[in-house]
Every structure is written in structure tokens, then in C-alpha cells.
Ligand binder design. Structure first.
Ligand code: SAM
Length: 234
């Protein structure tokens, strides 16, 4: 890849916002997120949408505690789970072992550093991880995602992606909603997201995706702040 060997590359292993290299954060991740999402049900819905079958291979970037990657592995031929946090990978690998999953391969790497050394995949999925990269590096990352997909391969992204209209009002409403669901800690977590992390506008994402060689097939921005895109590689 063209970004290999650049000494000034963004350090994606450096933790920003929530520290996912901390065992405490990792240990509480699934239970705190259960206050406002059902990750297993979400995972099944995404796999249904992507029409994933036993013939398919898939990469999950920012795999976290592994709920999606494990569900995907139960449906796919092979899954690669990529994450910059060693703690997250250890947690996910333990869960995968308990679930008896053997076709799930873990990689301590990220969007900018993962080297895909086998055949191109049918689908790439990433949920709530892309906002860790600043916009310039998002562009580089999307070109790398594009390059590991088969022609017409599918890319699913779900993250905080913001519509310009009423942006501040919608963000405040989201923080309030999360605080209501998960208490003070979740509220602080949500505030930290907007203070320290790199969520971007939907119009920026539209352009980055198109320039990286994707066609946007589905785009939905819930409450002006939660974005989902399903794209295909051109
Ligand atoms: C909020 S968690 C999301 C986990 C999971 N995808 C989910 O939806 O629950 C973000 C994850 O992305 C990982 N991450 C952060 N920056 C990354 C990068 N540049 N490349 C890959 N993973 C990254 C973090 O270590 C963390 O595990």
C-alpha cells in the first residue's frame, strides 16, 4: 500500500477519547453498551443486510469485544477481526474460544496498518471505530478498505456521522439520551466523544467514500447524528 513506510503517518495505536487499551474500559464495554444497544441483534441485522453466507469472507475493523466478529464467523467461511487495542483482541479471542469459533483470525492492527495477506474479501464492516481517525486519514483508510475488497464487494459503516443542519442541537440531544440510558458515566463518555474524537459530517463521508472508489447504495442518518452507509466497491 502507498502509505507504508511513511514516518509521519498518524499513530492509530495512540488512544484518543476513551482508552480502549485499559482493561477496566474493556471489561465494562459490553455491559455499558447494553444500556443503549443490543450488539448481538445489531450484528445479526447487519449480516442479514449484507446477505453473508458460508462462502463469504469478511473483515471487521475495530472489532472491539468481538460480538459482531463472532456472529459473522458463525455465518462466514472466514472472518478477520482487526483492532489496535491488544486488550480488546484478548477479550474477543477469549469469547470466540468459549463460543467454539475457529474461523476467526485476530490482527493487532488498524485501518492504516492492517496488511491483508490473503485473497480479497466479500465484505468489510466497521461499527463505532472509524471516528478514531482524523478526516485526512479517513480518506487513506477508505482507499485501503477498497483495496482489500473483491470487485462489487460490500462495505458497511455505522458510526457517529453528523448532518450539518441543527448539528449542535442534535448532538446535545444524543448526549442527553445516552445520559438518560446509561447515567453519568455514559454521559461523560458521550461528551468525550465530541470533545476528543473525530466524528465528521455526512457530506465529508459522502465525498471520501466516492473518492475512495465506492458507490453508496444505502445512506441513513438517524436523529441527524448516527450514520449508516452500505456501499459497493466500484
Ligand atoms: C467503540 S469501540 C467499537 C467496537 C465494536 N465495533 C462495536 O461496535 O461495539 C471502538 C474500537 O475501535 C478500535 N479502534 C480505534 N482506532 C482504530 C483504528 N485506527 N483501527 C482499528 N480499530 C481501531 C478500538 O480499540 C475499539 O476496540
Amino acid at each position: 500500500m502507498e502509505n507504508q513506510g511513511i514516518s509521519w503517518q498518524y499513530d492509530e495505536f495512540k488512544q484518543i477519547g476513551t482508552d480502549y487499551s485499559s482493561k477496566t474500559e474493556v471489561d465494562k464495554y459490553d455491559s455499558s453498551h447494553a444500556d443503549f444497544r443490543d450488539i448481538k441483534a445489531e450484528s445479526i441485522k447487519v449480516l442479514d443486510l449484507l446477505e453473508v453466507t458460508k462462502e463469504h469472507t469478511l473483515i471487521d475493523f475495530g472489532s472491539g469485544t468481538g460480538t459482531f466478529a463472532i456472529e459473522a464467523a458463525l455465518r462466514c467461511a472466514r472472518v478477520h477481526a482487526v483492532d489496535v487495542s491488544r486488550e480488546m483482541i484478548d477479550c474477543a479471542a477469549t469469547k470466540a474460544m468459549k463460543a467454539g469459533v475457529t474461523n476467526l483470525h485476530f490482527h493487532h492492527a488498524g485501518f492504516l496498518t492492517y496488511r491483508h495477506q490473503v485473497a480479497p474479501v466479500d465484505a468489510v464492516v466497521t461499527t463505532f471505530a472509524f471516528h478514531h481517525l482524523p478526516d485526512f486519514w479517513k480518506g487513506i483508510a477508505l482507499k485501503r478498505v477498497n483495496a482489500v475488497l473483491k470487485p462489487s464487494g460490500k462495505f458497511y459503516i455505522h458510526d457517529v456521522i453528523i448532518e450539518e443542519n441543527q448539528a449542535l442541537k442534535n448532538i446535545a440531544a444524543l448526549i442527553q439520551k445516552l445520559g438518560k440510558a446509561g447515567g453519568k458515566l455514559m454521559r461523560e463518555d458521550a461528551e468525550r466523544h465530541f470533545k476528543d474524537e473525530y466524528s465528521t459530517y455526512d457530506w465529508v463521508m459522502d465525498g471520501l467514500l466516492a473518492r475512495a472508489g465506492f458507490t453508496i447504495r444505502v445512506k441513513r442518518i438517524e436523529d441527524g447524528v448516527l450514520g449508516t452507509y452500505i456501499c459497493t466497491r466500484n
